[in-house]
Design a protein around this ligand. Structure first.
Ligand code: MUC
Length: 96
C-alpha cells in the first residue's frame, strides 16, 4: 500500500549542534536503509524548505505509523499523510 508523506522538520533552536549532527546522521542511515529495502520508495526535498515529500510502500496504515515513529527526527517533525491508490490511467504496474 502506498502513502504520500510530507515531513517538515522543525528542530528546536536550542538543540546542541552535536545532537543535531547525530540525529541527522542517524536519520540518513535509516532513510537509506528503508530506501534500499523498498519501503521508502521516493524521497524528494521540497525546494526552499527543510521538508520532504516521500512515498512509502508498506503493508497498511499501522506499518506506516510504526515506520514513521522509528525515525530519529520524528519528535521534531510535522507529518502529513495521504493514502494513495492506483490511477486508472497510470502506465506503471507498480503503482499499488
Ligand atoms: O531531511 C529531511 O527531509 C528529513 C529526513 C528525511 C530523510 C532524511 O535523511 O532526513
Amino acid at each position: 500500500m502506498l502513502f504520500h508523506v510530507r515531513m517538515t522538520v522543525k528542530l528546536p533552536t536550542d538543540m546542541p549542534a552535536e545532537q543535531v549532527t547525530r540525529l541527522k546522521a542517524d536519520e540518513k542511515e535509516l532513510a537509506q536503509r528503508l530506501q534500499g529495502e523498498g519501503t521508502w520508495r521516493h524521497l524528494w526535498r521540497i525546494a526552499g524548505l527543510y521538508a520532504n515529500v516521500s512515498v512509502f510502500d508498506v503493508a497498511d496504515a499501522q506499518a506506516l505509523h510504526d515506520t514513521l515513529m522509528q525515525l530519529p527526527l520524528y519528535p521534531c517533525m510535522e507529518i502529513e499523510v495521504m493514502a494513495l491508490c492506483r490511477h486508472p490511467s497510470s502506465i506503471h504496474d507498480d503503482d499499488r
